[in-house]
Design a protein around this ligand. Structure first.
Ligand SMILES: [Zn+2]
Ligand SMILES: [Zn+2]
Length: 165
């Protein structure tokens, strides 16, 4: 469910991203997250326009895949509904400690927050029920991107796991 609001949110988080994170017109979307085994669930609100792709080596390693898609929770909207995630704290070169919450049973990566100031939550788009509506508007750490990743549309497209030839 989306609604247009003319409020101006000052979103906290990575200062380097600030130009992408402040908009005179914020779109608010309710999102519902859960892990693959369904033991953990959360809700939040996000502005879909802030959805991004990260190609950095940490995201590749932590996801086990080519890149990560995230959207920030609007301040004060994150709420854990059930379950207790495991948390791995990743220390950046800058010294900032970023908590990575995941399900200890099924391994789904769920959300992230500043380990020393747990207010600004980043949500992993793949675990959200609304993932189809969260189209990234920008991508970062492109210097670390896998060489084929910008050209996915060139690949053969099977509707399911069925290659024709
Ligand atoms: Zn799980
Ligand atoms: Zn990254």
């Amino acid at each position: 469910m989306m609604q247009r609001q003319h409020a101006l949110f000052m979103l906290t988080g990575n200062k380097a991203d600030s130009t992408h994170r402040i908009s005179p017109q914020v779109t608010i979307m309710n999102v519902h997250g859960s892990c693959h085994c369904d033991a953990i669930a959360f809700v939040a609100q996000t502005d879909p326009q802030l959805t991004s792709v990260c190609h950095c080596h940490d995201c590749q390693k932590l996801t086990g895949t080519a890149f990560r898609v995230s959207t920030p929770a609007l301040p004060g909207t994150f709420s854990l509904l059930r379950g207790t995630p495991k948390v791995y704290v990743k220390v950046a070169e800058s010294g900032s400690r970023r908590a990575q919450a995941f399900c200890g049973d099924c391994g789904s990566q769920l959300f992230t927050y500043d380990a020393d100031n747990p207010t600004a939550y980043g949500l992993r788009v793949g675990v959200l029920a609304e993932s189809q509506q969260l189209r990234p508007t920008w991508q970062k750490w492109c210097e670390a991107a896998l060489p084929w990743v910008q050209d996915l549309s060139a690949l053969e497209k099977a509707p399911r796991n069925d290659r024709v030839r």
